[in-house]
Design a protein around this ligand. Structure first.
Ligand code: BTN
Length: 252
């Protein structure tokens, strides 16, 4: 089947998310994908930077123009997380897990991060950009992430073709996105996502701006919220935008 994506590749750029947003403002279509060999200003979540040296890793951003209301868009980032985990498993023949909401971990270390950004006017989505960075063939990491980061090369003992990985992720994403669009929630891929969830049935600490609490992560609901069974027996649904999750005994 012919791919519905249009790929725009840069040898070097600031950030593929910024490129995708600029192209969106200029009228680029749903399904435009920006890739880069190197990013000089790769961006991560919570204002962090994303180390993006040349020749080693995968950096790409997918531009979407979904027709639904902005309040339905948050789970899209989980759709990409599942797609990336599935593609890594298929290509590398290794177990890839998701640290809620959208980090991919292999053997307890982060190999992939996702940064989703959205532009909204008058309660209408103008565009969504889902940017994904995967540590593929890199061996050495900056000091500040060395303890928690890894790469597919380090975990599998061999190098991988970056374009092959991209192709597999985009195939998976196309399929998962279609399933998502049928219900506009995660119900169709919930089981698969929860099956990959590294936090599942583990004790976690929820860092909520309104106060921290601990509990057991039971899995996500169809909105992508993480369900936490608290010590008093109640279940609290936590929303990705506001909180972060820590394992009680380490990164996951
Ligand atoms: C995270 O902090 O875990 C998210 C990292 C997202 C990095 C990717 S690399 C491609 C795209 N361009 C960016 O500047 N960031 C995202």
């Amino acid at each position: 089947m012919k791919s519905r994506y249009t790929i725009i590749h840069y040898e070097e750029t600031g950030s593929t998310n910024e490129d995708a947003k600029r192209l969106a403002e200029e009228g680029a279509l749903h399904g435009t994908v920006v890739t880069a060999d190197k990013q000089n200003m790769g961006r991560g979540r919570r204002g962090r930077n994303w180390s993006s040296p040349a020749g080693k890793n995968l950096y790409f951003s997918v531009l979407l123009r979904p027709g639904f209301k902005p309040d339905r868009a948050a789970p899209l980032t989980l759709v990409m997380a599942l797609s990336a985990a599935q593609a890594i498993e298929e290509l590398c023949q290794i177990r890839a897990e998701i640290k809620w909401p959208n980090d991919i971990v292999v053997n307890g270390k982060k190999v992939c991060g996702i940064l989703t950004e959205m532009s909204v006017t008058a309660d209408k989505i103008m565009y969504v950009v889902i940017g994904t960075g995967i540590n593929v063939n890199i061996r050495i990491f900056p000091e500040e992430i060395k303890a928690t980061a890894s790469s597919l090369l380090l975990e599998c003992g061999r190098e991988f073709e970056r374009t092959q990985l991209l192709e597999k992720i985009l195939q998976r994403f196309e399929n998962n996105y279609q399933i998502f669009m049928q219900s506009l929630d995660l119900s169709g891929i919930l089981e698969d996502y929860n099956g990959h969830l590294v936090n599942r049935n583990r004790e976690v600490r929820i860092l909520d701006p309104e106060g921290e609490f601990e509990g057991i992560a039971e899995g996500i609901n169809s909105l992508g919220e993480l369900l936490i069974l608290r010590k008093d027996g109640t279940v609290t649904a936590v929303y990705a935008g506001e909180v972060s999750v820590r394992g009680l005994y380490g990164y996951v």
